[in-house]
Ligand binder design. Structure first.
Ligand code: NAP
Length: 303
């Protein structure tokens, strides 16, 4: 079984970006990413900090606009509009989830499409489904890089995507379709998920449900991509999912939790041809791809 590690792929993307940003900087241009963080969700704060750090490492300019949780809609609209107008801003990222009183779709639609580096604006979603993408959502874009890096064939293959979110499942399906795969999208109302997944020569799982996919779900020799990131705190469950994995147990003991994918790793690994680990699979690719989109935004506007 081949472990599809994300790190070498992310490093390759980063190296390419480092070189291209260095060239732009010689012309006095530093591609810039502005992140908007509303409230104090701990996971969101961690993600925004990681994005800013990656920007710094590669020579991008980065700024975080941190607004209080009780921010009113007009204040957020105002900030987005001012970033839209600012010629020095290449990419705008609205960290999700927003507090519940702020309607996410309305704000995503306010970001200028040519600065929408997450690819969530309706115009960019439409372009993606028309097969002429401008900004591709970062996680599915990263997964396509992973397929290219490891030589996973997609044309003519039966691919199943579990999950239909706007962030992962739907754009993933659009990209796979564009790559000539025969695509099925499964979700929480899909009857007999096991039988649907067994059809898959390539299976991409983004459900946010720890160990949803068991050995019985996968076809022997399949390629499986596990997008899920879930905290598991129960020791007995961790021991069942990762038998004999002392590192996992040590992590659980130290942090009080361990990160687990949507795929029951050990039992599925015995049956498939290739599988992404969690952590260390899809995760490292998402931020690398965000920076690639920011560079693309800079090129589109500033040549
Ligand atoms: P989401 O918005 O919650 O969507 C989950 C999708 O999975 C929904 O379409 C849901 O179906 C489906 N689903 C839930 N339970 C199911 C079940 N039992 N059987 C079949 N389908 C089921 O989540 P998301 O934003 O797409 O994220 C999915 C996972 O990926 C999460 O664990 C998230 O943390 C992770 N993630 C990781 C990265 C990364 O960089 N590594 C990036 C993004 C997301 P319905 O539509 O019917 O509700």
């Amino acid at each position: 079984m081949q472990v599809l590690a994300g790190k070498p792929v992310a490093e390759l993307i980063r190296e390419r970006l480092r070189q291209e940003v260095a060239k732009l900087r010689e012309r006095g241009i530093a591609p810039s990413l502005h992140a908007i963080l509303v409230g104090n969700d701990p996971a969101s704060s961690v993600y925004v900090r990681a994005k800013a750090k990656a920007c710094q490492e590669l020579g991008f300019a980065a700024q975080t606009h941190h607004l209080p949780a009780e921010t009113q809609p007009e204040d957020l609209f105002h900030l987005i509009s001012s970033l839209n107008r600012d010629a020095q801003v290449d990419g705008i990222l609205l960290q999700l989830p927003l507090p519940s009183h702020l309607p996410t779709p309305q704000f995503l639609s306010r970001i200028a499409p040519e600065k929408d580096v997450d690819g969530f604006h309706p115009e960019n979603v439409g372009l993606l489904w028309q097969g002429r993408p401008r900004f591709v959502p970062c996680t599915p874009a990263g997964i396509m890089e992973l397929f290219r890096f490891y030589g996973v064939e997609l044309a003519g293959k039966r691919v199943v995507v579990v999950g239909r979110s706007d962030i992962v499942g739907k754009p993933m399906a659009a990209l796979l379709l564009a790559a000539h795969a025969t695509v099925t999208i499964a979700h929480s109302k899909t009857p007999n998920l096991e039988a649907v997944c067994q059809e898959a020569e390539v299976l991409v799982v983004a459900a946010g449900k720890p160990a949803l996919i068991r050995a019985a779900h996968v076809r022997p020799g399949a390629v499986v991509v596990d997008v899920g990131v879930n905290r598991v705190e129960d020791k007995a469950w961790v021991m069942r999912l990762f038998p004999g994995d002392q590192e996992r147990l040590a992590e659980l003991h130290k942090k009080g939790y361990t990160l687990v994918g949507d795929v029951a790793y050990s039992e599925v690994a015995e049956k498939v041809r290739a599988l992404t680990p969690v952590p260390g699979g899809v995760g490292p690719l998402t931020i690398a791809q965000l920076l690639a989109n920011t560079l693309h935004a800079c090129r589109l506007r500033r040549g």
